[in-house]
Design a protein around this ligand. Structure first.
Ligand SMILES: [Zn+2]
Ligand SMILES: [Zn+2]
Length: 309
């Protein structure tokens, strides 16, 4: 009986590796639709988000892509801290952003004509969200690529790349400054074009689920999905220590702009598990937050001076 059971479990694992990404991504979005239809959409969206994260965490134990990444690295508290801090600050920024269309109306209209709202509101919501994603992704792509190519921005983004293992809790490990730049560049064009609130909510939800999945340590066979979406396979290349591999796949939800600008990278071999940076980041949450602001901190991040803290 044993060999049969072994064969069955191998087949189940294979099937799961194909189905998990679409099931969790589109299942998460479908559940978000139900959440948005309730009287407390934010609460129910958070329930869906935490549930998808919990399911991913379970599958990381059952079928990890890299088993050694299951070992704790002492960064769990910091990962959670950055996640909560970034979410809080971004929420406040979004509240300010809500008044942005009014500012545009007052200051920009005299220069750009009477009607800045050129958003195609008559399109179906699905088409509007896809359009919103393509536009927002251009901002995400630009912010992410600049964060890798400009030293004054890499000092903040290095925190995200400083981990030596990938798992679901790395999703929110971003320096606040890094996150704000991304939010600004991705949402500003949507504000300027007059996109409705629903488009912002759906683009935000898509980014949330895509982010959880790109960082997960689960064996997934995403095949043709790699051509459209930012999958775990593509994002592992992006985290590679080898610069020629890492300076690629900047897309956060879709990889359209990587295709357009020639930064798409997906060779026919298992994606990298040798991830991290050559420099060092501080070990404490507060230290990680202030490090990019001091000269010596930046030298440590860039690996120009040994030791830290
Ligand atoms: Zn990056
Ligand atoms: Zn990442």
């Amino acid at each position: 009986m044993k060999p049969v059971q072994g064969k069955t479990s191998t087949q189940l694992r294979y099937l799961a590796s194909i189905l998990l990404w679409p099931a969790l991504f589109f299942g998460g979005l479908a559940s978000t639709g139900l959440a948005f239809a309730t009287s407390t959409p934010v609460l129910w969206f958070n329930v869906v988000y935490v549930s998808v994260a919990a399911i991913i965490a379970v599958f990381e134990r059952i079928m990890p892509y890299e088993p050694t990444w299951l070992t704790a690295d002492g960064e769990t508290f910091n990962n959670l801290g950055h996640t909560l801090l970034t979410k809080g600050v971004v929420q406040i920024a979004a509240a300010f952003g809500a008044s942005f269309p009014m500012l545009v109306a007052v200051f920009a209209q005299p220069f750009f004509g009477s009607q800045p709202h050129i958003w195609p509101q008559h399109w179906s919501m699905l088409s509007q969200v896809v359009l919103g994603l393509v536009i927002a992704e251009f901002g995400l792509y630009s912010a992410h690529r600049l964060a890798h190519e400009r030293l004054e921005l890499w000092r903040f983004h290095a925190l995200h790349h400083s981990v030596s293992r990938l798992w679901v809790l790395n999703t929110g490990r971003f320096h606040v400054v890094d996150s704000l730049l991304k939010v600004m560049l991705s949402q500003l064009p949507l504000y300027l074009l007059g996109a409705p609130l629903q488009v912002f909510l759906w683009v935000g939800a898509t980014t949330a689920f895509a982010g959880l999945l790109t960082h997960c340590n689960v064996e997934m066979r995403t095949g043709p999905l790699d051509w459209i979406f930012s999958t775990p396979r593509l994002h592992r290349w992006h985290h590679s220590k080898v610069l020629a591999e890492g300076n690629s796949n900047y897309g956060e939800n879709i990889v359209l702009w990587d295709h357009v600008f020639g930064t798409y990278f997906n060779p026919d071999r298992p994606s990298s598990t040798d991830i991290g940076i050559t420099g060092k980041v501080s070990r404490s949450l507060l230290g990680q937050l202030v490090q990019p602001f001091s000269r010596s901190g930046v030298r440590q991040i860039l690996g120009r001076k040994p030791g830290v803290d």
